[in-house]
Design a protein around this ligand. Structure first.
Ligand SMILES: Cc1cc2nc3c(=O)[nH]c(=O)nc-3n(C[C@H](O)[C@H](O)[C@H](O)COP(=O)(O)OP(=O)(O)OC[C@H]3O[C@@H](n4cnc5c(N)ncnc54)[C@H](O)[C@@H]3O)c2cc1C
Length: 334
């Protein structure tokens, strides 16, 4: 098999990177150990913003500075080519804040030219948008097939072959696949990077479990994302209201727990009392890729030529995917 680049990991970061590289003329092969989009990316809420932007350093906000515009363009392309709607919706984010937080937020909005409106006990960021991650994954997957990207699902990469400090291929249970360029987008599993015939430092990324629930409500009960004290509600146009999320340092365990269900239910009702009459119809979890530096790793590997890393996006992989893909593509094509 001849390919310009192999991408390992079929979450949003791998898919968006594959899309960007295919559009720039590379022949791409993507290996996914399970099903494409089967891990963290499908568990996301789909908010296209950091939860409270004033709590984050400029480098993080910079990575998502143009995100609504980027997904608007993608949404139109995907709808035209695949007929799948990623349900992009600029619904705004309303943050309930105490007086001290309110002053910090106001200052940040003014300094960063961010559109906002003030409400009693809070502040609304008018331009924050959301999308539906499962539809996004499905649409990108379909588009990649149209672009002749080779997608090998149920193909776990066991090790990377390295010769004279250069990537030479990958070892999978199905055999060896040669390549001169490799992109590692394995999310919470990024640390499993290991090399055959060569030293290799794995990225410092570990899993942080997040659990969410979904209430079935009447459409229109909530029309913007609502945030308070670490908890948020995301309304969908069909009436679903997603509530999240936990942050759990429990390794690769993905079990959903009664404790989290009770906690998320109570916090949701505190935020929006009408939810006490709504049925909870889903409860799920995902493993976020937490980077020890608190910044995603978007770089060529320090020791191995041809090995690129795009991982560690923790809570914001959906929003950071477009710019992360663009940055890694620029490095790969330089
Ligand atoms: C509850 C929750 C809510 C969230 N909400 C938001 C949100 O509102 N907005 C936002 O921007 N982000 C959100 N996130 C974060 C976002 O989901 C992640 O940052 C993003 O999904 C990470 O994408 P990824 O492609 O790096 O990882 P993943 O989606 O986990 O993909 C990595 C893939 O690599 C595969 N893989 C691993 N090792 C190998 C191997 N050796 N060989 C082959 N394949 C391999 C895995 O099977 C997996 O499919 C949320 C996350 C959670 C859990």
């Amino acid at each position: 098999m001849k390919t310009d680049i192999i991408i390992v990991g079929g979450g949003i970061i791998g898919l968006y990177s594959a899309y960007t590289l295919a559009l720039r003329g590379l022949s791409v092969t993507l290996c996914e150990q399970g099903q494409v989009g089967g891990e963290c990316s499908s568990a996301a809420g789909g908010i296209l913003s950091t939860l409270l932007p004033w709590d984050y350093p400029p480098a993080i906000n910079q990575l998502i500075s143009n995100v609504t515009h980027e997904y608007q363009a993608l949404s139109e392309q995907l709808l035209a080519s695949t007929a799948i709607d990623i349900q992009l919706w600029q619904c705004g984010l309303h943050a309930r804040l105490n007086a001290e937080e309110h002053a910090i937020a106001l200052n940040w909005c003014k300094n960063s030219n961010t559109d906002y409106s003030e409400h009693e006990g809070g502040l609304q960021l008018e331009r924050v948008a959301q999308l539906e991650p499962v539809s996004l994954i499905k649409a990108l997957h379909t588009r990649l097939q149209q672009l002749d990207v080779t997608i090998l699902d149920h193909t776990q990469v066991d090790s990377v072959a390295v010769q004279q400090d250069k990537v030479s291929g990958i070892h999978t249970a199905q055999g060896f696949i040669p390549c001169a360029r490799l992109l590692w987008t394995t999310g919470a599993w990024a640390k499993t990077l290991s090399a055959y015939q060569g030293r290799l430092e794995a990225p410092a990324v570990r899993p942080i479990k997040g659990q969410m629930i979904a209430f079935k409500a009447e459409p229109g009960l909530l029309t913007h994302i609502l945030y308070h004290a670490g908890h948020y509600l995301i309304p969908r146009k069909n009436g679903l209201i997603l509530a999240g999320s936990t942050l759990e340092n429990s390794g690769f365990d993905q079990t959903v727990t009664t404790h989290a269900l009770q906690l998320l239910t109570q916090k949701s009702i505190d935020l929006l009392p009408a939810l006490k009459d709504c049925e909870i119809i889903q409860h799920w979890s995902g493993l976020r890729p937490y980077s020890e530096t608190e910044h995603p790793i978007i770089a060529e590997h320090a020791d191995i030529k041809g090995l690129y890393l795009n991982c560690g996006h923790h809570r914001y992989g959906i929003c950071m995917a477009p710019q992360s893909a663009d940055r890694i593509a620029q490095l790969i094509l330089a």
